[in-house]
Design a protein around this ligand. Sequence first.
Ligand SMILES: C[S@@+](CC[C@H](N)C(=O)[O-])C[C@H]1O[C@@H](n2cnc3c(N)ncnc32)[C@H](O)[C@@H]1O
Length: 232
Amino acid sequence: MNTKNAIANREVFEFKEMYCNENSIIIQLIKDRVAHLIESPVLDVGAGIGDIAYYAFSGLDVTMIDINPPSSFDYKCHNNHKRLVVDFFNYETDSKIATLFISHTLQFIDDDLGRLNDKVRELSPKWIVLVANANNDFIGDLIDWTDMHFENPNPERTINGFPCGYDLIKSEPFSAAVKCPSFECLADQVSYLMLIDLATKRQALINFLKSRLENPEFSFKQTINIYQQHGE
Ligand SMILES: C[S@@+](CC[C@H](N)C(=O)[O-])C[C@H]1O[C@@H](n2cnc3c(N)ncnc32)[C@H](O)[C@@H]1O
């Protein structure tokens, strides 16, 4: 079995805080360009270590959900924020959610598109803010390579038909960088991105990375997309 279906808080922390600059860019873009479209209350789906909510949503009511239990890697929680350990598909609330925030969690919840769209319809947020990779450039090549070498890789892929019932009203493209001290370390970060278990093919991935990159680093494009519910 080559597929990983979950990641630990430590892996999220290492990628986000040590090797990749994406979250600092996401936080700054939200504050500068998107904040006026984010309404309270927010449901942060797969909040990870909670840094985006801590820095970008401090003035909003936020529920951060994650299947991982709290850990020492987590950011502090503001008084108007709460953390719940719950699967997105099991999350229920009597309160209205104004904004559904999904940052790099799509690949974990998109196995069944109908189920995903049904859950979004049930929660019925006015806004959906989706942060996802653009799947082009070197990330596109990595996806092709892992598709060829692993049975069930699960990278973040663009999904036509999601979110159903929403209009894209704003896109904020940006470029992030992964920079590691070695190709071995970069292979671990790629395994995080592609959700692959490197047990048997670690050296093959290291060789591929070395054949394509001068140094253990690459940039990749991402987008913050803001969708509004039809009729709002
Ligand atoms: C790549 S991390 C993204 C963390 C954070 N959103 C960010 O951008 O920094 C994905 C997170 O989604 C969580 N996750 C995976 N499946 C989930 C599910 N079904 N419901 C809630 N959280 C989930 C994982 O445990 C992980 O913390």
